[in-house]
Design a protein around this ligand. Structure first.
Ligand SMILES: Cc1cc2nc3c(=O)[nH]c(=O)nc-3n(C[C@H](O)[C@H](O)[C@H](O)COP(=O)(O)OP(=O)(O)OC[C@H]3O[C@@H](n4cnc5c(N)ncnc54)[C@H](O)[C@@H]3O)c2cc1C
Length: 425
């Protein structure tokens, strides 16, 4: 029987309940959402003596932050060439540098707060699904070195087995700076750190609506309203009717994962000898890694829909088939866990941080949020407390998506389009 919960939840220490504490009437800052963005912001604000309350509609860390692949990656969802085309070389350099600062920031936070979450700089691999994709890696290598001073290594198909035990791919790109983490252990450790700093956490407390008031803002919840000078929306791919303006600007997309039973040590060492984080070069990409107890944790966009129990159930056989295509020796390995979550995109696949109609927000990390959400959460805290510095993700166009109210009706068409690109591209 496959357990339909994130494998990470089963191996992370439980938090105490945060559902029954009385809700204060007022706070300096109310943060909505308790993933990496909200908790990192709350920690930073509380460290400065700000009275901060975090509202979470489910349980602490319930969203993407406890469900993701735990790949702590350099760069952004948009590759270097497309990034330069999209934003120009100057802003592209700043964005790339911010992604590296994000990695240093999360590493330092985990060290300073002594969070036991298996963080290790094991590096990442991008695997080429076609010979043309490997040729593109060569171009990216040259561009990364020249424009971003960022060295990466390439291994062609004849050498790739030192890194990845399969003949499925046509060469690999290796970036030593990336890391892996157990995401649920990390988000729960971050919650503890925010609490130690003085933040008040409240779960099972959805923000239903946010209104301006004479003294700032009123956030309405089923447990009564709470007043605030400032509000930070940190709801990412789970943004709901409480933040209607943001909902029209972001696209939640389901991402799906399975975890096998623990593999024998020799099998694990054969398929991922250096235990790196891996994703491949398709639009409908696969991503995978080993857990600390040698399970293969394998994910992908099995469906281009917001995640739900039905789509999660349907995704298992699609993911299992994809895993066996890459690693045929796993054909008889039982799957023990399956789960899913929502990744959050903007139309240009770049994150945003800023203020809209007076409300602060930071979101849309497009599958690169483990470090970026942690980092931009802290930057949002800087802006809120008036010490904000430069960030290349602010002051960028962020218009509503035409004919869209937050329900991504165009996803099946988008999925077809990307599948077609994977066949011809
Ligand atoms: C399956 C999956 C795999 C991924 N893999 C990777 C990866 O390997 N590497 C990587 O870097 N990134 C990955 N990501 C992305 C990464 O997990 C996210 O970018 C990051 O966790 C975002 O953190 P967040 O705090 O902004 O949002 P979340 O962690 O999603 O938190 C938002 C929270 O807001 C709450 N909320 C929503 N509305 C309300 C409301 N009205 N009131 C109160 N609370 C509310 C939600 O319940 C939720 O808990 C993945 C994402 C998914 C889903």
């Amino acid at each position: 029987m496959i357990k339909e919960i994130p494998f990470w939840w089963a191996t992370a220490p439980e938090l105490p309940g945060y559902a029954d504490k009385p809700l204060p009437q007022r706070a300096d800052v109310v943060v909505i959402g308790s993933g990496y963005t909200g908790l990192s912001a709350a920690r930073s604000l509380a460290q400065r003596g700000v009275n901060v309350v975090v509202l979470e509609k489910e349980t602490i860390g319930w969203g993407a932050s406890s469900r993701n692949g735990g790949q702590v990656l350099t760069g952004l969802a948009v590759g270097p060439e497309a990034l330069i085309k999209q934003v120009g070389v100057g802003r592209a350099r700043e964005m790339h540098a911010a992604s590296l600062r994000g990695l240093d920031f999360i590493e330092e936070l985990i060290r300073a707060e002594q969070i036991d979450c298996d963080f290790q700089r094991v590096g990442h691999i991008e695997a080429a699904c076609k010979p043309a994709h490997f040729a593109h890696f060569q171009h990216a290598q040259e561009l990364l070195a020249r424009e971003f001073n960022h060295p990466i290594r390439l291994l062609d198909r004849s050498q790739q087995r030192d890194e990845l035990g399969t003949n499925y791919y046509h060469g690999v790109l290796i970036d030593e700076r990336s890391a892996g983490v157990q995401p649920a252990k990390y988000v729960r450790g971050l919650a503890r750190a925010a609490e130690r700093a003085g933040a008040q956490l409240h779960e099972k407390t959805p923000a239903l609506a946010i209104e301006r008031s004479a003294a700032g803002w009123r956030v309405f919840t089923p447990r009564g309203p709470i007043g605030a000078n400032e509000v930070l929306i940190a709801t990412n791919g789970y943004t709901d009717a409480a933040a209607p303006a943001l909902r029209k600007r972001i696209i939640p997309v389901g991402s799906y994962l399975i975890a096998t039973e623990p593999l024998p040590a020799e099998v694990a060492a054969k398929i991922l000898p250096r235990r790196r984080m891996v994703y491949d070069s398709k639009n409908f990409l696969a991503y995978f890694r080993l857990s600390s107890d040698n399970r293969l944790v394998f994910g992908g966009r099995a469906e281009y829909k917001v995640s739900s129990p039905q789509t999660t159930r349907r995704s298992v056989s699609i993911l299992r088939r994809g895993m066996i295509e890459i690693f045929p020796e796993l054909a008889n390995t039982p799957i023990e866990y399956s789960w899913s979550g929502n990744v959050c995109f903007t139309f240009d696949r770049l994150p945003r941080i800023g203020r809209m109609n007076g409300l602060h927000y930071a979101l849309a990390y497009a599958g690169h949020g483990v470090s970026l959400a942690t980092y931009l959460g802290a930057q949002a805290a800087d802006f809120i407390s008036g010490t904000g510095g430069q960030t290349p993700f602010a002051d960028r166009p962020f218009d509503p998506i035409p004919l869209y109210n937050g329900t991504p009706w165009f996803m099946p068409l988008g999925a077809l389009w990307y599948k077609l690109l994977d066949v011809v591209g």
